[in-house]
Write a protein of this length. Structure first.
Length: 309
């Protein structure tokens, strides 16, 4: 009998706690409860879905190695359309958190994810508006997320083709001294992306030099080192270009990056060194004997032709 009373009391306690923790009531227990619900359900799932979609987009991306490749591998407009259903779902999940859990501490994060869902739908104006809202509203309350939103504003202008606006906002961000350390890699990589698009390769090189050591993640390290190699090559600094191409190879990259890094290293040999010239010819001919390189034969023949003539 006593046991049954204890069970009944516990059930009553849970019921009262649930009533006390209505979605709009602001007290300590309710905030903790709403934070838990928001993070462990809709927001968490939305973040995962967004990350998966971006990985899918990167996997479909095809780089043009005859020019400095894009900092962000976001593919074509056609590739972006494949993400529309997933981004709509991400938007709905985060919107529900904002509406149903308004006192959750994840609200600012939800707005950021909503902005990113607009961005990857290629609705850059809606993304821009969302990031401007986050940058302004949370400047004091959450300066890290506010600064992240401001960097995303630059990306919006970049992908809208508004390079003047992108550079203006970026210049202001670079001049500030209070950028959180965890955002510095993102800041400098985005600056490099803007300057590459403007064909200001010397300035882009300086920004990418800063971005590489501050960036985490194998895929980003591979891509940024490769871009740095390309930028050094354009600047005529072949030794440094080779150094970064070798760093790409050491990270066991996708074959496309391995092949193009090796091709670039071979291309940067000293033409006055006859022995090096012979080694490069042999290397190119080995590439032509490997069917794995059939998609790259035109590049090999082009480089081989440059040596022969």
């Amino acid at each position: 009998m006593l046991k049954n009373r204890n069970i009944s009391f516990k059930l009553l306690l849970v019921l009262l706690l649930a009533i006390a923790c209505g979605p709009t009531k602001d007290n300590f227990f309710n905030r903790r409860y709403q934070n838990l619900l928001a993070r462990d359900n809709a927001y968490f799932n939305a973040r995962l879905k967004l990350a998966d979609a971006v990985k899918t987009l990167a996997a479909a991306n095809v780089d043009d190695h005859t020019r400095v490749i894009d900092v962000y591998p976001y593919g074509t407009e056609k590739d972006g359309k494949t993400l529309l259903p997933a981004m709509d779902e991400v938007y709905k999940k985060c919107s529900n958190v904002i509406q149903k859990r308004p006192i959750s501490k994840w609200i600012d994060d939800c707005y950021m994810v909503i902005g990113q869902s607009h961005f990857f739908k290629r609705d850059y104006f809606a993304a821009l508006e969302t990031f401007q809202f986050v940058g302004s509203k949370y400047k004091i309350k959450n300066p890290v997320i506010s600064k992240e939103a401001e960097i995303w504003i630059v990306k919006c202008y970049l992908y809208l083709g508004k390079l003047g606006e992108a550079e203006a906002v970026m210049s202001g961000l670079l001049a500030e001294k209070n950028t959180p350390k965890e955002l510095l890699g993102f800041l400098h990589a985005t600056a490099a992306a803007v300057y590459i698009k403007q064909e200001k390769y010397t300035t882009a090189l300086e920004q990418m030099k800063l971005a590489v050591p501050l960036t985490k993640g194998r895929e980003k390290k591979i891509r940024y080192n490769y871009i740095l190699g390309q930028l050094y090559e354009r600047a005529g600094k072949n030794t440094l270009a080779i150094f970064h191409y070798k760093r790409v190879i050491k990270r066991t990259p996708p074959y496309e990056f391995e092949f193009n890094s090796k091709l670039s290293i071979a291309r940067l040999y000293n033409p006055k060194d006859k022995n090096a010239s012979k080694q490069v010819r042999r290397y190119f001919k080995r590439l032509l004997n490997d069917d794995k390189n059939i998609d790259y034969f035109d590049q090999v023949y082009y480089e081989l032709g440059n040596i022969e003539y």
